[in-house]
Design a protein around this ligand. Structure first.
Ligand code: ZN
Length: 345
């Protein structure tokens, strides 16, 4: 059904949609840091970060380049396994407050022990303990995707892939790549992706956020990923869109992030609705929520308003997300039950 044929939703319907249980597949661990948490940690460590906050306490920046330096400054106070564990507790509270019941987070060994397997294990142990406590307290399930950083190059990626392979299991269930999409090629990282695949990990990569459809095609053909972070610029070539449909690739779409960073000028012009209408498996995530002044509830409200998506559409998005989740079958079934129960309650 095209947009014109859908009835607009009233405030009450939109409010109900924002309270649906949600699955989120694309969330950067450090990028999820609430500003209040970073301010507190900076104070403890006697680091002056006053310049990176607005008067209302949110992160402040003028443009994309400035955003990168604010992000770097904010995350510079995250230094020990204990810091990461506390951050995990803090951001899972935010997720739970947004009715997120399942999340997968990108964790980079480069920032957790510098790519050393022994150090990585210590960070991971602390983070998992925090995640398990949050699951007991809030019922939210978290799983980890080890990510290499594209602009650090293929050699560093191999160290990240080794960390991933050594800790692959029921919690670390995927391997991915973030960083600057304009540096190098997807295939430069094929060795690391092969290592991760052989360790039983599921695969995703950032592609088609800044570069076009060709990048998305290369991600699928050269790395064999089953999910793509963003992928939205694939809309520029319908043959590649259809390749995604044919291969059943799921897109981790982050509409608020894309609009905030200027990938698309506004949500009306964002292709998520067109991709979904054509048959692409799309899901919704926040990417680095406090940095883009967004939350899962705000994403749902904006999408419901702009594209007139009703509760059925959002439930379908969450089913798609759980079908593409990298967790084990038992976890998948448990979360799906929560999502289905919310609709029949
Ligand atoms: Zn991302």
């Amino acid at each position: 059904m095209t947009l014109q044929d859908r009835p607009p939703l009233d405030e009450e319907a939109i409010d109900a949609i924002t309270r649906l249980p949600k699955a989120e597949l694309h969330l950067h661990f450090e990028g999820a840091a609430p500003p209040s948490f970073i301010r507190g940690l900076a104070k403890e460590k006697n680091v002056d970060l006053s310049g990176i906050f607005n008067a209302d306490g949110s992160y402040a920046y003028r443009d994309f380049v400035h955003f990168l330096s604010v992000y770097e400054a904010a995350t510079s106070v995250l230094q020990t396994p204990e810091d990461f564990a506390r951050l995990c507790t803090a951001f899972l509270e935010e997720c739970a407050a947004n009715d997120v019941v399942y999340a997968e987070t990108f964790l980079s060994p480069d920032f957790c022990g510098g790519g050393d397997v022994g150090a990585w294990r210590e960070y991971l142990h602390a983070i998992r303990e925090a995640a398990e406590a949050a699951e007991k307290a809030n019922g939210i399930t978290l799983r980890g995707i080890v990510t290499c950083i594209r602009h650090f190059g293929p050699e560093k990626a191999k160290a990240a892939a080794l960390c991933a392979a050594e800790t692959a299991g029921d919690w670390i269930c995927g391997f991915g790549m973030g960083g600057d999409e304009n540096k190098g090629k997807q295939r430069d990282f094929a060795y690391s992706y092969d290592m991760a695949r052989e360790a039983g990990l599921k695969l995703t990569t950032h592609a088609g956020e800044w570069r076009g459809p060709e990048e998305v095609r290369e991600a699928v053909e050269d790395l064999g990923v089953e999910r793509i972070g963003h992928g939205v610029r694939v809309i520029g070539d319908l043959a590649t869109v259809d390749m995604l449909i044919e291969k059943g690739v799921t897109l981790e779409v982050c509409p608020g992030s894309n609009v905030f960073l200027g990938v698309f000028p506004n949500l009306d012009q964002h292709p998520i609705d067109r991709l979904r209408e054509r048959g692409v498996k799309v899901t919704v995530s926040t990417d680095d929520p406090p940095f883009f002044h967004t939350t899962m509830r705000r994403e749902y409200a904006a999408l419901a308003k702009t594209f007139r998506w009703d509760a059925d559409v959002f439930t379908e998005l969450n089913r798609t997300a759980m079908a593409a989740a990298f967790c084990d079958e038992e976890t998948r079934a448990k979360v799906l039950k929560t999502i289905e129960n919310a609709r029949t309650a």
